[in-house]
Design a protein around this ligand. Sequence first.
Ligand code: MLT
Length: 404
Amino acid sequence: MFKVNDNYLKLPGSYLFSTIGKKVKAYEAAHPDKKVIRLGIGDVTQPLAPAIIEALHKAVDEMGKAETFHGYAPDLGYEFLRNAIAKNDYADRGCPIGPDEIFVSDGAKCDSGNIQEIFSTDNKIAVCDPVYPVYVDTNVMAGRTGVYDPSTETWSDVIYMPCTAENHFVPELPKETPDLIYLCFPNNPVGSAITKDQLQVWVDYANKVGAVIIYDAAYEAYISEENVPHSIYECQGARTCAIELRSFSKNAGFTGTRLGFTVVPKDLKSGDVSLHALWARRHGTKYNGAPYIVQRAGEAVYSPEGKEQLKKQVAYYMNNARVIKDGLKEAGYTVAGGVNAPYIWLKTPGRMTSWEFFDYLLENANVVGTPGSGFGPSGEGYFRLTAFGSYENTVAALERIRKL
Ligand code: MLT
């Protein structure tokens, strides 16, 4: 008789955003007259920029002619895209990352879930609390997290690094030494940022204790402050301790188009074993590459027109962030985030739990957000709103919230 991977059975509930999706669907079915505004999952709403659409059309036409048709993509991704990434995201910021250290994929969610496969199951992970659920859940699936305690909503073999108002939502170095450290900056869900000096402390720590930092920089395009690093490779020594995850979802609106990449520097080793070689082996075996047309669309992100158009798109969403933040403050809420990130993290009013506030907001304002406790125990009593809605919906949502 076959057996299932019973690590899956340890997962409590369903994936956070699936749970929310189901709740909202049920509410809408019961109240068809209500216009629900979704500021929950960080899904973009603005159309792809014209430079990207143009590149897509051109690539589609190429696929229709024998002489310009493309089959399987190269393992690491097309050179035209990896060269554009290496130049614009790394060389131009003084980061020593070569095109052959960049692995193109169909997005950072898959990469952030899959990267743990190249590490031993007895490695101990450290995560921020609250945290993007994919990091923890995929380690649960791999059997790396020990036993779940429903009373504390924590796993016995995970090191939690609380991000609270007291530490300005930036974690402190853990007391127990981890093997793998997940960091996401600008942060999802709390919207905080880390300065270059603060990140350097983490890089030095990881090199000292022999840990790897898995650095999720999916929101780097939203950085507005000078001393905030866009890449972990801006820090000295990061090549020997850090893997970086990047996404085209939030900086270029690819949530439905799918494109991302992971950087694994060749200097990152466990003894003689290169993590670059392991990830290349995994990528080559399990993945057949992001579509040619999508990689061409990704290349257009780095064209002068693409850059200009996307700067405006990011500014559009950050204006929403300002509308949310200012509106909530005027309504008396305590808020964080929204300066270097498209997420606003608010304290729930009174003694409401995160899920109580979720229901309250859905029922009374018909606005969907994300309960902070869904991201981890330190998220209890908090709530996340995203700036990725349309301007009109964002303004309408805030008007409804102010009237509560
Ligand atoms: C979020 O809402 O946290 C993100 O959009 C989810 C994701 O990027 O997978």
